[in-house]
Design a protein. Structure first.
Length: 293
């Protein structure tokens, strides 16, 4: 309770006076102090984001919602509002990078969300090609005898038609599975093999789709900001989301076998434990969670 009271008082009263005192002492506004004192990456961009969102100035508040094409003008407008000389190239460059990261994160979420909303369509040739590609990447020495087949269970789908398993995450679930299998083929085949363990086995594709939901939810609630701001000096792309997904798949497999669950019936319990572990790692301002090619 007291934490909430203090937070309210700080944001409404003390923060303003603290900023005013620091400006008198340093001769610099909060944005100048942040951009001049913090290294590039999450610590700096998160501080800039918070400063802009908390500002009473409409120009500054609106800066966190600008599109990529508007960033350069937005930087000039902010410098004008804060009476910072336009020839201050260091400030201008660093603010430009931070605004690109902030706008890029929002755009990435929208792109991921749009892909998630696309239902798997067995009448769509491109969807079907991706599904067959997944089979060929994971099972190169075994031909798929029919499109509707019990063979799909061999790579961890629930039934004889995988399209039913993509309902929750739509095409995003399939795209993630294919990306991991294509870019980390050896690791994907090894994990598929381990998933067939007689005691500790799990459904590879179903778990993969479940981890897509985890990656998606972390992106949606902003938990991936530190990771992406450290990873990308500019606009985060779909590629970076897929890379994070690959990290989750690889690390979950390790986690599962280290934990040695009693049975697959306890999946949700261990899935949540793994989720909490990842959320803890993402709290570190210096975090970067990726696999290396």
């Amino acid at each position: 309770m007291w934490a909430h009271v203090w937070g309210f008082l700080y944001s409404k009263f003390f923060r303003f006076w603290l900023k005013w005192i620091l400006r008198l002492l340093t001769g610099k506004c909060e944005l100048q102090r942040v951009l001049g004192g913090a290294e590039a990456g999450a610590r700096r961009t998160l501080s800039i984001e918070h400063s802009l969102e908390s500002s009473k100035n409409k120009v500054l508040r609106n800066a966190v919602h600008v599109e990529e094409a508007e960033v350069e003008k937005c930087v000039r407008d902010i410098m004008k509002e804060k009476k910072i000389e336009q020839k201050n190239t260091g400030f201008k460059t660093n603010l430009h990078i931070s605004l690109l990261q902030i706008s890029g994160y929002k755009k990435l979420y929208l792109n991921v969300e749009n892909l998630r909303k696309v239902p798997y369509d067995s009448e769509n040739e491109e969807h079907e090609e991706q599904l067959i590609q997944l089979w060929n990447l994971l099972m190169p020495h075994e031909n798929l005898k029919a499109r509707i087949s019990k063979q799909w269970c061999d790579i961890g789908f629930q039934g004889d038609d995988p399209k039913t398993d993509f309902r929750g995450m739509g095409l995003l679930g399939l795209v993630n599975l294919v990306y991991f299998s294509k870019h980390y083929t050896n690791e994907a085949r090894q994990i598929l093999s381990r998933s067939n363990h007689p005691k500790l086995g799990y459904s590879y594709a179903i778990v993969g789709i479940n981890l897509t939901e985890m990656a998606y939810s972390l992106l949606k609630n902003g938990a991936l900001k530190a990771h992406l701001y450290n990873m990308v000096s500019g606009l985060p792309q779909m590629e970076h989301f897929h890379q994070f997904y690959c990290y989750l798949v690889y690390e979950f497999d390790k986690f599962w076998f280290e934990e040695e669950p009693e049975s697959i019936m306890h999946f949700n319990q261990y899935r949540e434990k793994f989720h909490e572990k990842i959320k803890g790692l993402l709290l570190d301002c210096n975090v970067v969670l990726t696999l290396q090619d």
